[in-house]
Design a protein around this ligand. Structure first.
Ligand SMILES: Nc1nc2c([nH]c(=O)n2[C@H]2C[C@H](O)[C@@H](COP(=O)(O)OP(=O)(O)OP(=O)(O)O)O2)c(=O)[nH]1
Length: 146
């Protein structure tokens, strides 16, 4: 009997939690129509042969016109439909001011309290909650400043 082919692993979508002064950046999608107006982390699909960090740096350059250093993964991985899986990374700006050049019509630097009031893509919510738990202006026991 011929063995069944191994399942194809889902393609990774990377999103950046760009952090600065106790806030992180959210971007409002313009397409497709089903998700236009929802907030997300800037980013996109990892291309074959690309590392996740390199893909994020490329997407941030294309979408926002900035250079950024990608630092650490937010724990977790979240399916997007059947073929994609979402990974969120912490990142810091190294140059430029983010502009909504491509795929977005608005950007906002959010405090943790503000972040919880936006209409996010549903797959992003666990990472948003993680960020609101870990992003605090005063680091204390069990909390870290990111
Ligand atoms: N960029 C981004 N995509 C997300 C997030 N959350 C989430 O569910 N998605 C979904 C939306 C899309 O179905 C998919 C990413 O597609 P995309 O259109 O942003 O990817 P891309 O920039 O590489 O676009 P393309 O080359 O395929 O046209 O992942 C998020 O926080 N950021």
């Amino acid at each position: 009997m011929t063995p069944a082919p191994a399942p194809t692993p889902p393609r990774v979508v990377v999103g950046a939690a760009l952090c600065s002064h106790g806030r992180f950046l959210a971007a409002r999608r313009t397409s497709p129509a089903a998700v236009a107006g929802r907030w997300e982390f800037p980013g996109g699909k990892v291309e074959p042969g690309e590392t996740e960090q390199a893909a994020l740096a490329r997407e941030l350059r294309e979408e926002l016109g900035v250079e950024a250093t990608v630092t650490a993964r937010v724990p977790g991985a979240w399916p997007v439909g059947e073929d994609l899986v979402l990974h969120i990374w912490l990142a810091r700006l190294t140059s430029g001011t983010p502009q909504p050049l491509q795929d977005h019509d608005a950007l906002r630097w959010l405090t943790p309290a503000e972040a919880l009031t936006l209409s996010w893509l549903p797959q992003d919510l666990p990472a948003v909650h993680w960020l609101t738990e870990h992003q605090t202006s005063s680091a204390g026991p069990g909390r870290e400043r990111i």
